[in-house]
Design a protein. Sequence first.
Length: 94
Amino acid sequence: MTGAAALEASIRERLSSLAPQAIELIDDSHLHAGHAGARSGGRHYRLEIVSEHFAGQRTVARHRIIYAALGELMQHDIHALSITARTPDEIAPD
């Protein structure tokens, strides 16, 4: 498993503690080539996650829950993380 693939697996594993009903993790690092964080090895991700754990929480609190689940990955391996965190009730029906 490559470094990027191992990191994505670790992110998904840590986020599993939130019992997500849906999760989409997109690596946007290639869009930030040459950026200071990219040069130091930090990756850029876009995360869309649906979990009951976010019920009753405002956006900032939801982000803090995710940051806590990711722990030290946010300090070293992840340079930027764009988050969309919703509850199942906030998902529009098809």
